[in-house]
Design a binder for this molecule. Structure first.
Ligand SMILES: *C/C=C(C)/C=C/C=C(C)/C=C/C1=C(C)CCCC1(C)C
Length: 261
């Protein structure tokens, strides 16, 4: 086998990034055999590591314009993996909801997914940077509202409504705004299918988060039950919206790369 330097560096880099978070943080307390929520934190933290290795390595397999998309997805799962190691520790050792780490994670990973939308459209010359900025503004409003509601800076309902408004604005942009039109007008079939799959994630997959928030703060569930529901729902949502989201784009990238080579 010919040794390819850039391939070698990709592998080394992937191994380092993946190895670091897995080695550095071992939980303080031990996971209890009846801690279902703790188990989901554990499973997902490892799943994110595996997904990161996969997406980084697969950049070697796809054609040029898709490489950046896969790299960005690998970054999303990498950032999530590191945060999940911290969140897991908070939950397992204190039984408390790791709100701050969760929102710091979202503050990085959700904008990266907005970059992904932009990249998919930009790969076919159909995007203006305004699309990215508007999606980013929607994201910030959504997350700020949610955070202030969760930590108690705002009434839980007020935070919820602000969060919903940010999300609805994102939906408007990707269905009826410039991003939606750019995909409909200018994109080839493969990009259209990637874009509509991503749209489905943002509509259906993202809808799980407000459900988690609702059970956590608005439904009147007792404190322990509310924390369990909130964390388990957010955790499941993250698997879908980070790993499955990535796999969808990966599948399109592979199909497109193989048909054009
Ligand atoms: C990888 C992490 C992702 C994709 C996180 C997404 C988070 C949301 C879509 C959160 C949405 C919220 C609302 C729509 C209203 C209530 C407050 C939030 C922040 C939970």
């Amino acid at each position: 086998m010919k040794l390819n330097i850039s391939k070698f560096f990709t592998y080394a880099l992937a191994a380092t990034f993946v190895g670091l978070p897995s080695m550095a943080f071992a939980a303080e307390g031990n996971l209890k055999s009846d801690d279902l929520v703790g188990m989901t934190f554990w499973l997902i933290s490892i799943g994110m590591v595996a997904a990161t290795a996969f997406f980084f390595l697969e950049t070697q397999r796809v054609s040029g314009k898709w490489k950046t998309s896969l790299t960005v997805i690998g970054l999303v799962t990498l950032v999530a993996a590191v945060h999940y190691f911290y969140m897991r520790d908070v939950w397992v050792s204190t039984g408390e909801t790791p709100i701050v780490y969760r929102y710091i994670d979202w503050l990085i990973t959700v904008p990266l997914q907005m970059v992904e939308f932009y990249l998919i459209l930009a790969a076919v010359g159909a995007a203006s940077s305004g699309i990215f900025w508007r999606l980013l503004i929607g994201t910030v409003v959504m997350l700020l509202g949610g955070y202030c509601g969760e930590v108690g800076y705002l009434n839980a309902w007020v935070g919820f409504i602000i969060g919903m408004a940010g999300w609805l604005y994102i939906l408007y942009e990707i269905f009826a705004g410039e991003a939606g039109k750019a995909s409909a007008d200018k994109a080839p079939e493969s990009v259209k299918s990637a874009f509509s799959a991503m749209r489905l994630i943002v509509t259906v997959g993202w809808a799980i988060y407000p459900i988690g928030y609702f059970y956590g703060y608005l439904a009147g569930v007792d404190t322990a039950g509310a924390a369990d529901a909130l964390n388990i729902i957010y955790n499941i949502a993250d698997v879908l919206n980070k790993i499955a989201f990535g796999v969808i784009i990966w599948a399109v990238a592979v199909r497109e790369s193989e048909s054009s080579s």
